[in-house]
Design a protein around this ligand. Sequence first.
Ligand SMILES: NC(=O)C1=CN([C@@H]2O[C@H](COP(=O)(O)OP(=O)(O)OC[C@H]3O[C@@H](n4cnc5c(N)ncnc54)[C@H](OP(=O)(O)O)[C@@H]3O)[C@@H](O)[C@H]2O)C=CC1
Ligand SMILES: O=C(CO)COP(=O)(O)O
Length: 374
Amino acid sequence: MKDIASGDRQSSPFGTVAVLGAGSWGTALARVLSRNGRAVRLWARRPALAQEIAATGRNSQYLPGIELGETLHATASLAEALDGAEAVLMVTPSATLREMCRAAAPHMPPGIPIALCAKGIELGSGLLLSEVAAQELPGHPIGAISGPTFARETALGHPTAATVAFPFTYADRLAPQSSAAARMAMSVGGHGFRPYVSDDLVGVEVGGAVKNVIAIACGMMSGAGFAENTRAALIARGVDEMKALAEALGGQRETVTGLSGAGDLTLTCSSTTSRNMALGTQLGEGIARADCFGGRPVVVEGEVNARSVIDLARQIEVPMPICETVNAVLHEGADLERSFSALWTRPIEAEPRALTLSLDHPAPTVPLPFGVSS
Ligand SMILES: NC(=O)C1=CN([C@@H]2O[C@H](COP(=O)(O)OP(=O)(O)OC[C@H]3O[C@@H](n4cnc5c(N)ncnc54)[C@H](OP(=O)(O)O)[C@@H]3O)[C@@H](O)[C@H]2O)C=CC1
Ligand SMILES: O=C(CO)COP(=O)(O)O
């Protein structure tokens, strides 16, 4: 592949970009685009929200207090949002992607690039989101934008970096500056938002899907009273689980060490700004699921994706013990303390996985000291 940096540096951003989904991340990305001077069509599924954004230039429900810019047009009509669009960002929760693709299909301008901005694996099919989109919207370059990007910080212009990944075609390799990835990066890049370009879509998608499950594990242990050693161990071993799954699906282990893998995992496991970390923390504190977030419905991708990641991992025989533990606690009625004690006292293994070794744990039945405070 020609080096984008050292080859021809000319690449043109997309003029008009449709953003499908006016929740916190869709609105933040729309703000990134508008700040960079792109014409943005932001689609909200509720007409009342589209009207509010159109009338006030703000989205008070999802990003209160943030001006969205003059080049942004909000609408509840998919036909209007997609009319004349040169590229699309799809930003509704992962479980809604298939229905969103079906709804958008009749209005989608032919062949335009589509960047998926949700994080997950489809429940039931075990498909990556790019595979779901490719089934429903054939003939479009499909990619992803993913990285350590809390929506509000991104919208406010805090320095933020993310990976823009599209598989490279033969033509892209000859002229990478004209690739969908390069043009998408040029469209979102600027004013504090720094994109990196990748052609390892699988590696990027796996990182995004798995990091939310690991963040729930971090939250569970943090909520149960454990501290930084435990969190760092879960992050590092979480990266190992991401690498194993990415490689098994044809992605690159190296991608997982980048923004969309280790970068996003570190962010998400560091703060209860993350909804995944926050859910885990509340469960670790002993709060019943129904009472978490004060009983409000909140998008917690790692909850459904614990199930979909583990269904897939079991099917292709990739051991993912942390994700298994989270799935068992969330979906199989397992006891949190017993499950994490069992996780910590599994047979001793090698690091990295390439070195094969398994030793009986010296104290397999000794539980973790839950209840001992720092
Ligand atoms: N928030 C963040 O910091 C980041 C989020 N992401 C990812 O972005 C994705 C979206 O999350 P986020 O924006 O935060 O979630 P939010 O809860 O903030 O917004 C969800 C959006 O999806 C819409 N929606 C929900 N269900 C459907 C449906 N069935 N059909 C169409 N639209 C629907 C909601 O519409 P309505 O308002 O009408 O309910 C709302 O606009 C997730 O995969 C998340 O992991 C990625 C990076 C950062
Ligand atoms: O993906 C995110 C940041 O990169 C947002 O994380 P949460 O969905 O856990 O809030």
